[in-house]
Design a protein around this ligand. Structure first.
Ligand code: ZN
Length: 140
């Protein structure tokens, strides 16, 4: 069974994501900000991290960079879910995000992207080139 770490400060959205991913057969760990998510990732080694962009303490971009810098977490797939990005925004890719989904994201798409990254498994992100080799585009 796969473990998905959800970093989301909005309790309502967190509850929706947790229910959705649990129903898809995953074990969900929820944390309310990037700092807590990073600590949880170090402790529990999730298979995929699903992070909001805007959060207190440490935002989703900072969380992704921290994961990519950590020797044992660096290859963990990261999905960013946000209502504040514009399609084509290069910051998530530069930080090492694998896929960006814009809120509100259809359940089917969210499940499919998480499953795709679970199937792909851990993979390297080359800062010098294009970041993630999964190349999921920003999608509405
Ligand atoms: Zn990736």
């Amino acid at each position: 069974m796969a473990v998905v770490l959800v970093a989301e400060d909005d309790q309502d959205i967190a509850a929706i994501l947790t229910r959705l991913l649990t129903r898809a057969g995953h074990t969900v760990l929820h944390t309310p900000d990037g700092m807590a998510a990073f600590e949880r990732a170090v402790a529990d080694r999730p298979d995929v991290v699903l992070t909001d962009l805007g959060m207190p303490q440490m935002d989703g971009l900072e969380l992704t960079r921290a994961i990519r810098r950590h020797p044992e977490l660096a290859d963990t797939p990261v999905v960013m879910l946000s209502g504040h990005l514009h399609p084509g925004d290069g910051q998530p890719t530069a930080a090492g995000v694998c896929a960006v989904l814009l809120k509100p994201c259809p359940n089917d798409k969210l499940r499919a992207v998480v499953q795709d990254l679970l199937d792909r498994g851990p993979h390297a992100h080359d800062e010098a080139s294009t970041g993630c080799p999964a190349h999921w585009p920003v999608t509405a």
